[in-house]
Design a protein around this ligand. Structure first.
Ligand SMILES: O=C(O)C1=C[C@@H](OP(=O)(O)O)[C@@H](O)[C@H](O)C1
Ligand SMILES: C=C(OP(=O)(O)O)C(=O)O
Length: 432
């Protein structure tokens, strides 16, 4: 892909039907559990995005046999005890989920490995995972003493802990639950605000007994996992870009099929409805413990709202695109309790505020969120992705309401979670 991508969809509406690619969080976990389990796992609907491909490469380096045809991923694993020490670093690229969950998984394995990442990932905090893992007895070494990547981890016997998670992070919860699979005793993770629960759902699907009550998830040592067939639903975080596109572009009506509707992820639906957008859900079913359905989004006049508290973990990755939506809403939208945005692929509070300001938005950054006054007409211009896929896609969707073309700097990062983003945008944008 080019270093710059210029697009212009002024005078278009968003129409038709779209099936977005597979869920990133579920794709990672399907490969992880298929590799921890003994035997054969088959995955359909896998997200062939850069982050999930990194997870596949890492397990291949550990000696797991994985064949990815593009449509189907087939895993044959000897099980976690049969993995071999890799000769090279395990490179997680840009993927926080890969790095943090792998630390939990490798902590009790028989192997020694160095986990590394790209420049962005190497500046993201890992101590939120290394601290509780060390409490369990994990051997994790940081050459620099900072606990940033690269980190060397040596598998060792672990003991269970009861951990009160100070950040609402599914990555932290998942790393501890994975470590808990092999830790002496019963490991539990308590959360004040419940984060996405795909790990708990998929551990159960692979045969583990995971107990959840009052915001605490517990797992006991020594449960044997068996390979399974996993159907990955479409990613609501990818669908969110098109939900917002249809919700804010006058005259739009869009149907999104096969979207994952796990309630720990559906905050975007709550926000769209509260702002006035028409959202209809149909064809609801379950795939491997995960709810799935069809969404129909109809444009309506938008109203500003306040977004914070328990809602934040349910839409954490959608906040950049919600900020764009708020520029088209009447009144003020306040996003708060979202300081986690500062430690994502980039500082998403600073980056979203800078880039939307460039095209005419009235938006200010706060320590834990953003305040947006709308509606403002948006003009065109150059918007930087900062190498952050969600910023790049926000810029792409802005082209539907901008009066002049938008040029996206470094659009290639969009491949991290949504390789067909531009084709999909072309396919639903219809000239008025
Ligand atoms: O567990 C996961 O798959 C993810 C959890 C979230 O991160 P945190 O756990 O840091 O909140 C989210 O932002 C990320 O895109 C994927
Ligand atoms: C934060 C994200 O992912 P990760 O933490 O896995 O890099 C994201 O996809 O927006």
């Amino acid at each position: 892909m080019k270093d710059l991508q210029t697009i212009h969809f002024k005078d278009n509406t968003v129409q038709g039907e779209l099936k977005v690619p597979g869920d990133k969080s579920i794709s990672h976990r399907a490969v992880m559990l298929g590799s921890i389990a003994e035997g054969k796992t088959t995955i359909t609907g896998f997200l062939n995005g850069e982050d999930c491909l990194r997870t596949i490469e890492i397990f291949k380096q550990l000696g797991v046999n994985i064949d990815n045809t593009g449509d189907t991923v087939e895993i044959h694993s000897p099980g976690i005890q049969g993995w071999t020490t890799p000769s090279e670093d395990l490179y997680a690229g840009n993927s926080g989920t890969t790095a943090r969950l792998m630390l939990g998984i490798l902590a009790s394995s028989n192997v020694q490995a160095v986990i590394s990442g790209d420049e962005s990932l190497s500046s993201r905090p890992m101590d939120r995972v290394t601290n509780p893992l060390r409490d369990m007895g994990a051997s994790i070494h940081s050459e620099s003493g900072t606990d940033l990547l690269p980190l060397k981890i040596t598998g060792t016997p672990l003991k269970a802990i009861n951990y009160k998670n100070p950040v609402a992070s599914a990555q932290v919860k998942s790393a501890i639950l994975f470590a808990g699979l092999q830790a002496e005793g019963t490991t539990s993770v308590q959360e004040e605000t419940v984060s996405r629960d795909h790990t708990e759902q998929m551990l159960r699907y692979f045969g583990a007994d995971v107990h959840v009550s009052n915001g605490t998830a517990s797992i006991r040592k020594g449960q044997k996992l068996q390979g399974q067939t996993v159907h990955v639903p479409g990613d609501i975080s990818s669908a969110a870009f098109f939900m917002v596109a249809a919700g804010m572009t006058p005259g739009s009506s869009l149907t999104l099929t096969n979207v994952g509707l796990n309630p720990t992820r559906t905050g975007i639906i709550d926000v769209l409805e509260a702002m006035g957008v028409g959202v209809t859900i149909s064809n609801e079913s379950y795939e491997n413990g995960e709810p799935v359905g069809t969404l129909e989004i109809n444009h309506q006049q938008l109203q500003g709202i306040e977004i914070g508290g328990d809602l934040i973990p349910r839409l954490i990755d959608e906040l950049p695109i919600i900020a764009l939506l708020a520029t088209q809403a009447e009144g003020t939208t306040i996003i708060k309790d979202a300081a986690e945005l500062r430690v994502k692929e980039t500082d998403r509070i600073a980056a979203v505020t800078n880039e939307l300001t460039k095209i005419g938005a009235n938006i200010e950054a706060t320590p834990d969120g953003m305040i947006i006054h709308g509606p403002t007409p948006l003009k065109g211009g150059t918007m930087d992705s900062y190498g952050d896929h969600r910023l790049g896609m926000m810029a792409g969707i802005a082209s539907l309401v901008a009066s002049e073309p938008i040029t996206i700097q470094n659009p290639a990062c969009i491949d991290i979670s949504y390789p067909s983003f531009f084709e999909d945008l072309e396919s639903v944008a219809q000239k008025r």
